[in-house]
Design a protein around this ligand. Structure first.
Ligand code: AP5
Ligand code: ZN
Length: 214
């Protein structure tokens, strides 16, 4: 199936996308990861994007849609997890058109419901393996051996530049202003399912599986 994981920063989209990749062989398409990769590539676009992301604002639709288009054009169909995309109504329209062009359909939009108070703790405790992208948390999901990735054994633990209280506030404002209208958009298309994102990681996975295997 092709699905969208929709939710505010820290809702657990990346965590669940990685699990779906492992368990179902689906393919995660995270525009955040693509943009962070563009940033390290050192191109002009990458530099401009890095500043916007660091403030917690959304990157332009044009850039993001371009990145997704590029990824999808080479990809084998079936089983995409859109993580952090679409984030605006124009992006949602663009995805609809792209899927149609590929002869694919969107099977579900999963809204991960959380409250703002929980997000601060999640975001400020997060760290990521610089080698494989595995996501950890100081309290809820530490590595088994401190400083060593459980998945790949790497030692490059990193924290994101936008994972601080100031940028998070802007990221949340952007979410409510520009992304939350997508809840109504997909509800009207009868594609929306809500899951409780505040539950434990395993329970969230089960709830998502419930939607996919419906
Ligand atoms: P992006 O990279 O997409 O970040 P985000 O949406 O802010 O989401 P996060 O990655 O912060 O959170 P997540 O929901 O994946 O949570 P995670 O699983 O890591 O975007 C970054 C920036 O890029 C944007 O601000 C924007 O500038 C730009 N951008 C990206 N896409 C764009 C677009 N389409 N248009 C325009 N601009 C775009 O979990 C968080 C933490 O909580 C982890 O430590 C995890 O271990 C822990 N955790 C997860 N689940 C649970 C649980 N159930 N219980 C306890 N702890 C949990
Ligand atoms: Zn790793």
């Amino acid at each position: 199936p092709n699905i969208i994981l929709l939710g505010p920063p820290g809702a657990g989209k990346g965590t669940q996308a990685k699990r779906l990749e492992e368990e179902r062989g689906m393919v995660q398409l995270s525009t955040g990861d693509m943009l962070r990769a563009a940033k390290t590539s050192g191109t002009e676009m990458g530099k401009r994007v890095a500043e916007v992301m660091e403030r917690g604002e959304l990157v332009t639709d044009e850039i993001v849609i371009g990145l997704i288009e590029e990824k999808l054009s080479g990809a084998q169909g079936g089983g995409f997890i859109f993580d952090g995309f679409p984030r605006t109504l124009p992006q949602a329209d663009a995805l609809g058109r792209l899927m149609e062009k590929m002869g694919q359909k969107l099977d579900a939009v999963i809204e991960m419901q959380v409250d703002d108070a929980a997000l601060v703790a999640r975001i400020t405790g997060r760290y990521t393996c610089g080698d494989c992208g595995a996501v950890y948390h100081d309290e809820t999901k530490p590595t088994k051996v401190e400083g060593t990735c459980d998945v790949c054994g790497g030692h490059k633990m990193t924290r994101r530049a936008d994972d601080n209280a100031d940028a998070l506030k802007t990221r949340l404002m952007e979410y409510y202003k520009k992304t939350s209208p997508l809840i109504g958009y997909y509800y009207a298309k009868d594609q929306l399912s809500g899951v409780d994102g505040l539950a434990e990681m395993d329970s969230v996975s089960k709830a998502i599986a419930g939607v996919l295997d419906r």
